[in-house]
Design a binder for this molecule. Structure first.
Ligand SMILES: Cc1cc2cn([C@H]3C[C@H](O)[C@@H](CO)O3)c(=O)nc2[nH]1
Length: 224
């Protein structure tokens, strides 16, 4: 059913560490016709006019992190602004996790130069001020770094095979500071936390829990 009067859809951001099960979580909602799913455009990052920016970034972070994060942010803004025919929109990650988790981590680890960070931060602030990018709910797939480290090895996405546990620990802490401890950045929406350490068989119940929260909130918004 069309999103009447082209109103803003109820927007859910699905956030979590690398390997936390975001794509699996999103696929669970493919069954609902009133929800548009926007999965992370990794394939665009792996092939921009023939260049695999994801691979370049992991192979030589100091040289390619800026280029990679610039393009990631562009693809995220594209997703945020994408018109949605349904009353509910689920997005995998956002410009918020780009800035508060990945870019922040690369600054703190010295991968991004302060000047590069400053440019990315100026873009982030400009986008936030001048574009209508908002979220109504964040679903945080909370994991343990050791669990996702093992999953990444099993998933065997070639570019990620050298991602060290410490990188995942740092990213985990930044997700916790942003979404749980509210330590250093404003959180754009209320957060539903899912225990995503559970393996695939058990996790469906966890999803169902969030499903009711998402759909109930979505119905409230749509019926408003
Ligand atoms: C918003 C955002 C997503 C994102 C993903 N990545 C990496 C982590 C994974 O290895 C891969 C797919 O999520 O891309 C990144 O380095 N920086 C990012 N920023």
């Amino acid at each position: 059913k069309m999103n009447s009067e082209n109103r803003k859809p109820f927007t859910v951001l699905v956030e979590g560490n690398i390997g936390s099960g975001k794509t699996t979580f999103l696929e669970h909602f493919r069954q609902f016709e009133d929800i548009t799913l926007l999965t992370e455009p990794v394939e665009q990052w792996r092939n921009l006019r023939g260049w695999n920016l994801l691979d370049l970034m992991y192979k030589d972070p100091a040289k390619w992190a800026m280029t990679f994060q610039s393009y990631v942010s562009l693809t995220m803004v594209d997703m945020h602004l994408r018109p949605t025919p349904t009353p509910v929109k689920l997005m995998e990650r956002s410009i918020f996790s780009a800035r508060y988790c990945f870019v922040e981590n690369m600054l703190r680890n010295g991968i991004l130069h302060e000047a590069e960070f400053a440019v990315l931060d100026e873009w982030f602030r400009f986008i936030q001020q001048h574009m209508s990018i908002d979220a109504d709910l964040i679903v945080y797939l909370k994991t343990s770094p050791s669990v996702v480290h093992e999953r990444i090895r099993k998933r065997a996405r070639s570019e990620e095979q050298c991602v060290p546990l410490k990188y995942l620990e740092d990213l985990h802490q930044l997700h916790e500071d942003w979404l749980v401890n509210r330590a250093f950045a404003e959180c754009p929406a209320p957060v539903v936390i899912i225990d995503a350490d559970l393996d695939l068989s058990q996790i469906t119940d966890e999803y169902k829990k969030s499903e009711h929260q998402i759909l109930r909130k979505a119905v409230d918004v749509v019926m408003r």
